[in-house]
Design a binder for this molecule. Structure first.
Ligand SMILES: O=C(O)CCC(=O)C(=O)O
Length: 258
């Protein structure tokens, strides 16, 4: 690929770090003004009515007492927000991901994780284990920081150098404790506008948000154009298996696995 610069780092350097670690951190990828705009768009989505046929909103219970129902995440929002659509599908970010994929990046899925105060973290897992192999063999996810992430509010933790060992658990299951014990899970605190690009086989986890403020981040996942546009198929399957709360049938049970 032609060489250039992404987030203050040369394309070739970003590719080399990504190949070595399965992740690359791009501090200040978005300016303070851009990060503030992303935070504003997030508020707009959160305030928009929850309706079947619109963006998908998921709720969860806080992990500690008093148990409250809080927003967990919003998915599938690009078709309903032009600012996000431009940012996610047509801008510098997809170019940065294309550099790592060595091919044009196509959006596979998009979500905002809110991690409200006292909301739970995520057990150690690889995203590829969430049934993604039926769509493509490999993906790159961009985590875009909206609120500063810290150890206290449950920032992303990744084990560098563990992305090249295939699946470390059966699909839909967390990574076994014995395997996790051999890894060096590194907390990655980030500031608004920072981006972390990571491989779909990179093991990661995060802790509960033990602070009084939300910890909102975007996760934008892309696959190489060579593997086709998989977004429609993925979202159709996901809606059937795990619809947003507003589309659920009373009495049906929906289980979040990894
Ligand atoms: O947002 C986090 O704390 C981690 C999210 C995560 O691992 C996931 O959504 O797969």
């Amino acid at each position: 690929m032609a060489d250039g610069t992404i987030g203050g780092m040369g394309d070739a350097e970003a590719r080399a770090l990504f190949a070595r670690d399965g992740m690359v951190v791009l501090p200040g990828f978005f300016s303070a003004a851009e990060a503030a705009e992303i935070a504003q768009w997030t508020k707009e989505l959160q305030a928009a009515p929850e309706e079947v046929g619109r963006h998908w909103v998921y709720w969860e219970n806080t992990r500690t007492e008093p148990v409250e129902r809080v927003i967990q995440r919003i998915e599938n929002f690009c078709p309903f927000h032009t600012g996000f659509d431009r940012l996610v599908r047509h801008d510098r970010l997809s170019a940065a991901v294309s550099n790592l994929l060595g091919d044009r990046a196509l959006l596979f899925k998009e979500k905002i994780n809110f991690k409200m105060p006292r909301a739970p973290g995520f057990t150690p897992h690889q995203d590829q284990a969430a049934g993604w192999s039926r769509y493509a063999p490999f993906f790159v996810t961009a985590m875009v920081t909206i609120d500063a992430t810290t150890v206290e509010n449950g920032c992303l933790e990744i084990a560098p150098g563990w992305h090249d060992k295939g699946l470390l658990s059966p699909e839909w299951e967390p990574i076994p404790d014995g395997t996790v014990a051999q890894m060096n899970m590194q907390p990655l605190p980030t500031a608004p506008g920072d981006v972390v690009l990571f491989d779909s086989f990179a093991p990661h986890q995060s802790a509960i948000n033990a602070t009084a403020e939300p910890r909102r981040v975007l996760y934008l996942t892309y696959n190489a154009a060579a593997h086709g546009d998989q977004l429609g198929a993925y979202y159709a399957d996901k809606f059937a298996a795990f619809p947003p709360d507003v589309a659920r049938q009373p009495g049906d049970k929906y289980i979040f696995r990894v």
